[in-house]
Design a protein around this ligand. Structure first.
Ligand code: ASP
Length: 346
């Protein structure tokens, strides 16, 4: 998604040694060296319950997550309900049944959910006609011995459990799809936008939960599955370390197990922002497209630190805790780093 470069809300930007920019609204205000003498503040942190999600449309989802958690429900209930709010918004062209359809004119949804405690995961992909794929994913996790169901099988599973059904496509998206079809026949079709809600929560007891949902790449080949429902691709949670989630061109994330890699970098001692940056640099160093990837990551760790980074200008993400709920601008990367992130840790 192309976003206007907005003011960095409630925070400031600091140049890193690698030429990128990082958030610097640390509550602790502690500083550390980031190589070559450049100082930057530590990643921001907040007291849990702490929720982070992709894009500005993650903000109401974060607020809903906190509200559900404060009402006494579990962390898993909270992240599920947060993502359901985004799925229910039919004006969102990227998540839920308001999404841009696949090339055959029907919306196909991908979603997953993870519980840090028990290292449990559930996932569905290419689901047509159901409003809340994240909840179907949760039932896959809780009621089957499997992790992932796709297409017809996932729909049958959802129908048997009486999940709420909805339209194949909204009237507005159907009209846009008809125009796209005509333009495609004339070879003038533009690539439509796509986004994802990936949402992570750290509970006061130190447990981490995550959920992710998208309608995927607009006008995709029916049956195409992106990174979002892939455990370790679009979402990953390790209760001993932290969690990460992705948005952007799924093909550029899932070939590198992107979210898993972010968590692994945090395990090695990187902060969430550093881990997101290191993952972007790793992928760019291997991919023939270099930094022209259109991918973005969010992350939080067990200590309540959070961060994000994306290719190009970066992207906007949302964070909420007891003290604030806000939209932040992530750092962006466009070139190979020099300094500590360019070393063999990558
Ligand atoms: N990652 C999603 C997909 O590839 C789309 C997005 O987040 O923009 O399906």
């Amino acid at each position: 998604m192309k976003i206007p470069r907005r003011a960095f809300i409630g925070s400031s930007l600091v140049a890193l040694a690698d030429g990128s920019l990082a958030a610097a609204n640390s509550k602790s205000g502690s500083q550390k060296k980031s190589g070559k003498g450049v100082q930057r503040e530590a990643d921001p942190s907040a007291k849990p319950p702490l929720v982070i999600s992709t894009w500005p449309f993650g903000k109401p989802a974060n607020d809903r997550t906190l509200e559900v958690f404060r009402s006494g429900k579990s962390g898993l209930d909270a992240v599920e309900q947060g993502v359901r709010l985004a799925e229910a918004d039919l004006s969102n062209p990227s998540v839920g049944l308001g999404g841009i359809p696949a090339a055959h004119g029907v919306v196909q949804l991908d979603a997953c959910i993870m519980s840090g405690p028990g290292h449990k995961a559930g996932s569905v992909a290419a689901v047509e006609g159901f409003k809340h794929p994240v909840s179907i994913a949760r039932r896959v996790m809780e009621e089957t011995r499997h992790v992932m169901l796709v297409g017809e099988g996932a729909q049958r599973f959802a129908r048997e459990r009486k999940f709420e059904e909805g339209p194949a496509v909204t009237p507005g998206q159907k009209a846009a799809w008809e125009n796209w079809k005509k333009a495609q026949e004339a070879e003038k079709a533009k690539a439509p936008n796509h986004d994802t809600i990936a949402l992570l929560m750290l509970s006061p007891s130190g447990d981490i939960f995550g959920a992710c949902s998208t309608s995927g790449w607009g006008y995709k080949i029916p049956g195409r599955v992106g990174d979002s429902p892939i455990i370790g691709g679009g979402l990953y949670v390790d209760n001993a370390v932290g969690g990460a989630g992705a948005t952007g061109i799924g093909e550029n994330v899932m070939r590198y197990c992107g979210s898993f890699l972010v968590v692994e970098f945090m395990r090695q001692g990187m902060s969430p922002t550093e881990a997101c940056l290191a993952t972007l640099h790793r992928i760019a160093s291997m991919d023939p497209k270099g930094y022209d990837l259109s991918i973005n990551f969010i992350a939080l760790d067990k200590r309540g630190r959070f961060g994000a980074a994306g290719t190009g200008q970066g992207f906007q993400y949302s964070v909420a805790c007891d003290d604030f709920s806000k939209v932040l601008q992530s750092p962006g990367v466009t070139q190979k780093p020099v300094g500590p992130l360019g070393g063999n840790r990558l």
